[in-house]
Design a binder for this molecule. Structure first.
Ligand code: IPE
Ligand code: IPE
Ligand code: MG
Length: 247
């Protein structure tokens, strides 16, 4: 499977909407929480495989702004799972030279989550391999709204000429300011929507949808997605002829 992948054209940044844990559990006659626990295993597998193949940034949508509207029982279970997973996996992240980062409204997470997250980020900050970015209590509109507010504040305080504002002035206030835009966005479970994920950053991402439910998503599924990406022609508005012109 891996032999079909062009190692010289690995996306630098892959973003994943990990969806389908609940349906996976239901199919097995189990509780949704069991689906989330199994989803953590897929996170481990995919994180290690992505790092190994040379992906530089992997952003995982783990909890959206809208997910706060789920039943308390499920929200609490997800938060607990987050705490226990980060605690348990920090050593593996260090061993694999992976740096942990997070985007989203981190202050809105329970204190225990914030603590674990902070200590894992601190413990892995010198790692130079892949950066694993967890999107927690995140949504694209929330992030953009905050960026606009910060920019407007700056404009007001520094009396900026509004006509001089460029896209990069907005980007510097996004939580992803240190990461390149994802070349590839994967969503599992057959849903074909973005659900308020990286709205600004995916302007030119290649989208890949698969029916596989997240807990079943494995190394071969990741390779399939990368292979599909490698078969796309990324034109960025140009014509195919322009891209293939031999000069
Ligand atoms: C994705 O799986 C995980 C989170 C959103 C936290 P879901 O929990 O959305 O699973 P489905 O979509 O109900 O199957
Ligand atoms: C998106 O999944 C959020 C995460 C994967 C964390 P959802 O399952 O919450 O998305 P919708 O609400 O069905 O679009
Ligand atoms: Mg879902």
């Amino acid at each position: 499977m891996m032999s079909k992948i062009d190692l010289t054209n690995i996306p630098k940044h892959i973003a994943i909407i990990m969806d389908g844990n609940g349906r996976w559990a239901k199919k097995k006659g189990s509780l949704r929480v069991f689906g989330h626990k199994s989803g953590v295993k897929a996170v481990k597998t995919v994180t290690e495989a992505a790092a190994e193949i040379g992906v530089k940034y992997l952003t995982l949508y783990a909890f959206s702004t809208e997910n706060w509207n789920r039943p308390d029982l499920e929200v609490n279970a997800l938060m607990q799972l987050l705490v226990s997973t980060i605690k348990k996996e920090t050593q593996t992240l260090i061993k694999n030279n992976i740096k942990l980062d997070a985007i989203g409204n981190i202050q809105s997470l329970p204190k225990a989550c914030q603590r674990e997250l902070k200590s894992a980020m601190e413990a892995t900050k010198e790692n130079t391999g892949m950066t694993l970015v967890l999107a927690l209590s995140y949504s694209g509109r929330w992030e953009m709204l905050n960026a606009f507010k910060s920019l407007l504040k700056e404009a007001k305080e520094q009396d900026l000429d509004l006509d001089s504002i460029e896209a990069k002035d907005i980007e510097k206030y996004l939580m992803t300011k240190n990461f390149p835009d994802p070349e590839l966005l994967i969503r599992t479970s057959g849903e074909m929507r973005i659900s308020n994920f990286l709205l600004w950053q995916i302007a030119y991402s290649e989208l890949y949808f698969t029916d596989v439910l997240w807990p079943d998503f494995g190394v071969d599924n990741l390779y399939d997605a990368i292979q599909a990406y490698q078969q796309r022609e990324r034109r960025f508005g140009k014509t195919s002829e322009q891209l293939n012109k031999v000069s």
